[in-house]
Ligand binder design. Sequence first.
Ligand SMILES: [Cu+2]
Length: 409
Amino acid sequence: MRLCQYPCQNRIRCFTLEAIQIPIVYNRYGDHDPNGLLYVLEQESQRIQKEALQRFQQTPPQPYEEVQPLVLRVNLGDIVKVRFRNRVNRRLSIHIQGLSYEVTGSDGASAGFNPDSTTDSETEYTWYADTEGVFLFHDMADPRSGEEATNIHGLFGAVIVEPPGAKWFHPETGEEIESGLMADVYPPGKPAFREYTVFFHDELEILDKDGKPPLDHRTGLPSSTTAISYRSEPMRNRMPLVHDPADSGEDISMSSWVYGDPAPPVLRAYVGDPAKIRLVHGGIKETHVFHLHNHQWRLEAENPVSTIIDSITISPQECYTLDILYGAGSRNRVIGDVIFHCHLYPHFHEGMWTLWRIYDRLEDGNGKLPDGTPVPALCPLKDREKPAEKEKLHPGYPNFICGESGKPF
Ligand SMILES: [Cu+2]
């Protein structure tokens, strides 16, 4: 939806961002990029650096959940002022793709005879939120794709432009938030929805827990790593529990009963919740195919006769909004875990997959998974019927399943 169909507000919305360098740990097996780069809100910078370093020093190194690609939200019509502080010892910038800006000062690039709007200290960019949707931003001071550049180390994020008057809240606490991959969005006059930002990225420079390039145990050859939102769950870390070849199938290697949940963020909803996936390709080299099981969306969300699909090819630096038909669980109201992944199987194998977990009963923050992992609360969307509470005979997914943690079933 374009701005001309709404009354224009022209509110100024300000953010102060930093670029920082820290090790990014991609999973609990200790796979990490020692030279991770990311954008953070200035007010969260110190805490994120401290907590991330503390977890990096554990054995094996552990991820810190707040180390995630930065997602900012604004309303359509906002003027977005970004004060950018570069805390890294090299020239950097922020370049937005798809929103309007004044090229002489806010391009975040050094191109032709235009003034250089990259910085080694501090600068300000102004963007105009004139189109709804999701928009990638990234460093253009060094647009190369190699390991000496910035992109493969994580220096990208996104702006989501919501309808005028929409508000967004933390899905666990219900508090208003300024950033975050996940939000519950309340647009005026329309149903609230779960919003999930999913970043695909690739060609990572990963070391294992011992500081060595990861190897595939079966072949002895180097193993690549592909990621979703600074996390990756490669199959090399999920080897069969026994040497019986029957135990090496997907039903074992991808099972949370056997290995716990995958590292990339698990999306969460109550069955029937309206949901939008904001899909972003943050990487720079390879094309991927986002495939979501059991759900579909229209290629053009606003067009009621547009083709219905369940997979979409996404090229480097593209973004899509997937407005999921019939919401979480689709028309058949499925509860449980729904996988999504890159459909290019080497990428899937190298870590590019995770789950959408759809609950049947209220999660109030007191629940536990069968392996004892606490389940954070999930606020019900306020314009929907509240999910029923758990009872002895209805303990909620996945606790009604006759399974045993650590074992296949
Ligand atoms: Cu892929």
